[in-house]
Design a protein. Structure first.
Length: 370
C-alpha cells in the first residue's frame, strides 16, 4: 500500500517561519517610531493609542487609507524596495494634515505571493522612516503570503493612518475668501501619482531602470523615479496651530486643477499662474517624451507643487518665511477670486513659452471632458 503524503502549509506555498522571521526583523523598526500615546509592541491582536497622552483635550479623530499605485512596479522591476514605504505613509498622512490633523498612528498591509524576508524588511523599513518623518507611531499591520495571487516577486501595499485635531480647529476654515493668497510647496518629484503613464513612456522609449536617468544622469532611472513623496506634516502643523493657514490641498491624482476646489467654498476660484514656478526636470522630461498637452499634464502630475496652502494676504509673507525656515521651498502661485458658480473652480494659466510650450494656455477643472 502506497504511503500517502502528509501535506504542510509550506507545500501550498505559505511559509509560517518566514512570516515569523519578518515580524522579528521589523519589531525594532516599529519601536523606533514610538511617540507619546503609543507603546509599540508588535505581535498582539491589536494596539492601543491614548490621545490624552498625546496632548489632546477634546480630539476629533480623522482617518485615511491609501496605497502607492503602480509606482510599486517600478520598485519591483528596479529591485529598489526601501523607499516605497515612505510613499505609503506620505500618501496617508498628507491627507490627514490637510484637515488640520496631527497623524497619531499608522498600520500597513503587505501582501505577496511568496514572502521574501529581505525585501519585506526593506519595504517596512521605509514605512518606519515615513512614520518618523510624520511623527506617527507604526503600531501594527498585516503581512499576507498568498500563493497564486501575485506574480513572482510582486507585492502590494496599503496604509491606514489615524490622526486627531481639537474639536472646532479642523481645516478648511470657513473664512476662505477672495483676496486670499495661494502658496505652493514644492514636491520632491513625481510623488505617487501618474506612474501608469510614467511606466508606459519608459517602456515605449525602450529605457531600462538601471540606465542613467536622462534628466538626472548621476542617478539610475529607477532611483530617480523612486524619489519618495515629500511628507509635509511637521512643517505645516505649527502654522496650522497658529491659525495662519485657512486651507490645504494635497496635490495627488487629478493634479492642481482637481484638488484645490475640494477645499474652496462656493463662488470662489483658485487662479493659478503656472509661470510662477518651473517644472521639475523629471516632469519636463515626461512632458517632452510623451508630448503631453498642458491640460493633461496639470491633471495627471503634481507639476512640482505637492501641497497648496491658502492664507490671508497679510499672513502670506510670514507663513512663507516660516515654512522656508523649516525646509520647504515655497512660492506664491496665485490667489482666490470670486467666481459666479456654486461649484468652486481652479484656473491654471501660463504665458507663451512657460514650461516649454509654444503658445499661451489655460487649464481648468471645469474644462469639457474633465
Amino acid at each position: 500500500m502506497t504511503e500517502q503524503k502528509s501535506y504542510t502549509y509550506k507545500d501550498a506555498g505559505v511559509d509560517i517561519v518566514a512570516g515569523d522571521d519578518l515580524v522579528d526583523a521589523i519589531k525594532p523598526l516599529a519601536r523606533s517610531t514610538r511617540r507619546p500615546g503609543s507603546e509599540v509592541d508588535l505581535g498582539g491582536f491589536g494596539a492601543f493609542f491614548d490621545p490624552r497622552a498625546a496632548g489632546f483635550k477634546d480630539p476629533i479623530l480623522v482617518a485615511g487609507t491609501d496605497g502607492v499605485g503602480t509606482k510599486l512596479k517600478v520598485a519591483i522591476e528596479a529591485k529598489h524596495h526601501d523607499t516605497v514605504g515612505i510613499d505609503l505613509v506620505a500618501m496617508c498622512v498628507n491627507d490627514l494634515v490637510v484637515q488640520g490633523a496631527e497623524p497619531l498612528f499608522f498600520l500597513d498591509y503587505y501582501a505577496t505571493g511568496k514572502l521574501d524576508v529581505a525585501a519585506g524588511r526593506a519595504v517596512i523599513a521605509g514605512i518606519a522612516e515615513g512614520c518618523r518623518q510624520a511623527g506617527c507611531a507604526l503600531i501594527g499591520g498585516e503581512t499576507a503570503e498568498m500563493p497564486g495571487m501575485y506574480a513572482a516577486g510582486d507585492y502590494d501595499l496599503a496604509g491606514f493612518a489615524v490622526g486627531a485635531v481639537e474639536r472646532g480647529e479642523h481645516l478648511p476654515r470657513p473664512t476662505i475668501a477672495p483676496g486670499d493668497v495661494i502658496l505652493g510647496l514644492a514636491s520632491s518629484g513625481v510623488h505617487s501619482n501618474g506612474y501608469s503613464l510614467v511606466r508606459r513612456l519608459v517602456g515605449d522609449q525602450g529605457l531600462s531602470y538601471d540606465a542613467p536617468a536622462p534628466f538626472a544622469p548621476e542617478k539610475t532611472l529607477g532611483e530617480a523615479l523612486l524619489t519618495p513623496t515629500r511628507i509635509y506634516v511637521k512643517t505645516l502643523l505649527p502654522e496650522i496651530r497658529a491659525g495662519r493657514i485657512k486651507g490645504l490641498a494635497h496635490i495627488t491624482g487629478g493634479g492642481i486643477t482637481e484638488n484645490i476646489p475640494r477645499v474652496l467654498p462656493a463662488n470662489t476660484a483658485a487662479v493659478i499662474d503656472a509661470g510662477a514656478w518651473a517644472l521639475p526636470p523629471v516632469i519636463a522630461w515626461l512632458k517632452d517624451i510623451g508630448r503631453i498637452a498642458p491640460k493633461e499634464l496639470v491633471r495627471t502630475f503634481n507639476c512640482g507643487i505637492g501641497m497648496v496652502a491658502v492664507v490671508a494676504a497679510e499672513d502670506a509673507v510670514q507663513v512663507s518665511k516660516n515654512l522656508a525656515a523649516a525646509g520647504e521651498r515655497v512660492t506664491v502661485i496665485g490667489d482666490i477670486e470670486h467666481y459666479p458658480s456654486a461649484e468652486p473652480a481652479t484656473v491654471v494659466s501660463a504665458a507663451a513659452g512657460v514650461w516649454g510650450y509654444a503658445e499661451a494656455w489655460r487649464a481648468s477643472n471645469l474644462d469639457e471632458g474633465q
